[in-house]
Ligand binder design. Structure first.
Ligand code: ME8
Length: 713
């Protein structure tokens, strides 16, 4: 059996996943399903990139070991893949690769050794020891040249990364180098001989001009004393491998390179070379560095490198957790089906180009293309089959003696023109899919939906049903509708697997659309007499105004909840510019009960609406610790029933031992503007009674058990 290997990038574990990560995974999942449907044996890899200074820092900031940090974020990635049907159980990825797997370390070291033994195309050692001096961006995990950073405002400060706007690290130390400068010509020859190696064309041209501009040798290790969280350089453990050398290698170590056991289980020999799918942000690493490492080690080049565009926010900025402008996955999942999100991502932007994300557009597409388009075609066809044909797929035959009556009703007795249109659309669909032109492939499907919808409307089955002489015409029309839907479900399976299966279920087909190769579809295979299933709307219409109002509210809350969570790579206290002092904000104020002198009585009345504006919620303390250099403040992470726990500070350190509070249910004000105290952002306020003269705080809580996130009203 022919094999096919597809990869997504492996994601950093210093941030929680967002729409961008989901997007690449959904696209890869779609290709993997398509290839499986075409009869190939597919291996689909996704996973996490867990080493390096950035992860080490994120972990330290949050009081975790790097291993704990990785496990913590991986659990969120796994939650995302399960909820969006991308994991193995849902027919998605075959491996969730982690660079902390021991077999990976073995494989990377083997790769390094082979590269180190090799000679460059110019006959020199591919890896040599030298001294690196320059600037390094930890979030990019990349050394920056002068045109890749911004000069600081104040002399003496470090320059800033153009991507992240965060200060760069000065590096001046002994380092191993990869002699990239010797590989320029070999790379250009590779791009020249394999014109579809880097896609799309515009990206290929960018890479070519970058390489033509001249390549510099690449520092591929750091002293262990500077970066300890990583894979040691073989035979020189004082050095830690550069995280990109480690990360890129995962694509081969995952399937067995350098490890016999993995080779037996998966098979490097069997699956390599891979098709790498990634965002254009990391194209250079995949299209320049990775092919050079492979050349040095004498390994075959990847099948192709496909770079997609980036999701932008409404202001045109790239969506990223660092900028706090991401689409929250729990909001997305709550209001839309997985298939609606997949469809939107495939159809809305031309693959390869950037696109702005608008919830409004997602609602509109769901309502128009899915509810009114595909969903309506299915429900009208099946409802009429129930009504006029006792719920059984009717025969498609129109006997010759009925040709004339059919024609009189405006119906072509021969299904050929429809079946040819479907075959043509199918062929176009396949061509487009092979080219990653998903949007165009879906256009092909929706053109058929429009055509068949019109065919039904023109034939007016409800009129035909009144005329017994048109019985065969009525049956043929309904059969054509149902058979078209069978075809569409097979074509749509890679894009919308759940929907395809639902369509099959409602048509009464008891085999899996995943198992039908679209190229083998034959008109007329749907058997007359098939008992159709229960007819239900597959895409109920969304109430736009109501949903948008809810989304706005939830997105705001989500943004507050995630903005400064240390795990998401918020700058360290030292990197954060000091906030102007908050008027009147004291540490004690961080507990509501302690923020006011205790009132003797109610001083002024408020409207119920005023009260409703305060979002009070049940939270559970997950971690609690004292804030350094503060007698009063405790820092908590609190589960408020959202995807990510919140960081909340409270001025109760004089009265409570932090360890004793872990697990305790509390009440928090969830929609208070975040504020920063002692360098930490508090994303909510804990409620407490204020007792006696000194205002001793007593935390509010519950006698009965209550779920985290429950609202108080
Ligand atoms: O770069 N739009 O990991 P990462 C579309 N660990 N896709 C986006 C996106 C956006 N706004 N934001 C992120 C790394 N992505 C390295 C990779 S591979 C050997 C090592 C997606 O967590 C897109 O696929 O920063 C992008 O390339 C990737 O996430 C970057 O993920």
């Amino acid at each position: 059996m022919k094999t096919f290997y597809i990869t997504t990038p492996i994601y950093y574990v210093n941030r929680f996943p967002h729409l961008g990560h989901l997007y690449t995974m959904m696209m890869a999942d779609c290709v993997a399903r398509y290839k499986r449907q075409r009869g190939l044996e597919v291996f689909f890899l996704t996973g996490t990139d867990e080493h390096g200074i950035n992860i080490e820092r994120a972990a330290a900031r949050d009081g975790r070991t790097p291993e704990e940090q990785a496990d913590y974020v991986v659990s969120y990635f796994k939650k995302m893949t399960a909820e969006f049907g991308l994991d193995t159980e849902h027919g998605g990825y075959d491996i969730f690769m982690r660079t902390t797997y021991p077999f990976h370390e073995e494989g990377v070291q083997e790769l390094w050794r082979r590269a180190a033994r090799s000679r460059t195309p110019k006959g020199r050692e591919a890896i040599y020891k030298g001294f690196y001096e320059g600037w390094f961006c930890a979030p990019c995990a990349e050394y920056k040249t002068e045109d890749e950073y911004k000069k600081p405002e104040h002399a003496g400060d470090p320059p800033l990364c153009l991507v992240h706007d965060t200060p760069l690290d000065r590096v001046a130390e002994e380092s191993y180098f990869f002699r990239l400068s010797d590989y320029g010509e070999a790379l250009l020859a590779l791009y020249e001989s394999r014109t579809d190696f880097i896609r799309p064309e515009a990206r290929r041209n960018e890479v070519i001009s970058f390489v033509r501009g001249g390549l510099q040798d690449l520092s591929i290790s750091r002293l262990k004393s500077s970066v300890s969280w990583g894979i040691p350089v073989p035979d020189d453990p004082a050095h830690t491998m550069y995280v990109w050398f480690d990360a890129l290698s995962n694509y081969i170590t995952a399937i067995g390179y350098g490890n016999d056991e993995r080779e037996r289980v998966v098979g490097f020999e069997k699956f390599w070379p891979a098709l790498h799918l990634l965002g254009k942000d990391i194209l250079r690493f995949h299209a320049v560095y990775w092919p050079s490492f492979l050349m040095a080690a004498g390994i075959e080049q990847p099948r192709a490198i496909i770079a997609h565009g980036m999701w932008l926010d409404q202001n045109g900025r790239r969506m990223s957790k660092t900028l706090g402008n991401t689409v929250e996955l729990d909001v997305l999942r709550k209001h839309f089906t997985v298939d609606a999100v997949r469809y939107f991502c495939l159809r809305e932007i031309v693959f390869g180009q950037d696109g702005k994300f608008w919830y409004e557009a997602l609602v509109d597409r769901t309502n128009s293309d899915l509810a009114s388009g595909l969903g309506n075609l299915l429900s009208r066809t099946l409802t009429m089959i129930s009504r006029y044909c006792d719920g059984r797929v009717p025969s498609s035959q129109i006997s010759e003696d009925r040709y004339l009556v059919a024609k009189r009703a405006g119906v072509d007795p021969d299904p050929q023109s429809l079946s040819s249109a479907l075959e043509h659309a199918r062929d176009q669909f396949i061509l487009n899919f092979e080219e990653f032109a998903f949007s165009r492939a879906l256009d092909n499907v929706w053109a058929i939906i429009a055509r068949v919808d019109k065919m039904i409307s023109d034939a007016k089955p409800w009129e035909l049903a009144k005329d017994e002489s048109q019985r065969q015409t009525l049956n043929a029309i309904l059969y054509r509708g149902a058979e078209t839907l069978r075809w569409l479900a097979v074509l749509l399976y890679p894009a919308m697997p759940e929907t395809a299966r639902k369509i099959f279920g409602q048509l009464g087909i008891n085999y899996d659309p995943a198992k039908i190769d679209p190229a083998q579809l034959q008109w007329g295979t749907l058997e007359a007499g098939t008992q159709i299933g229960k007819v239900e709307p597959i895409f109920p219409r969304i109430d736009k105004a109501k949903t948008m109002a809810e989304i706005r509210k939830e997105s705001e809350r989500g943004a507050h909840a995630t903005e400064a969570d240390a795990v998401q790579g918020a700058p360290t206290a030292a990197q954060t510019r000091p906030e102007p002092p908050m008027k009147g904000a004291t540490e004690a104020e961080m507990v509501a009960g302690a923020s006011q002198p205790s009132p003797e009585g109610v001083t002024s009345m408020i409207e119920i609406g005023d009260f409703m504006r305060i979002d009070l919620r049940v939270g559970q303390i997950l971690t609690a610790e004292r804030v350094p250099k503060s007698d009063k403040l405790l820092r908590f992470t609190v589960d408020v029933g959202e995807e990510n726990p919140r960081q909340i500070l409270a001025g109760i350190a004089e009265y409570y031992e932090p360890e004793k509070l872990i697990g305790r249910k509390i009440i928090i004000v969830a929609n208070l503007k975040p504020r920063k105290l002692r360098g930490f952002e508090s994303q909510g306020m804990v409620l407490a009674a204020s007792i006696g003269e000194e205002g001793k705080p007593v935390l509010a809580g519950f006698v009965e058990d209550v779920p985290n996130g429950a609202k108080l009203k």
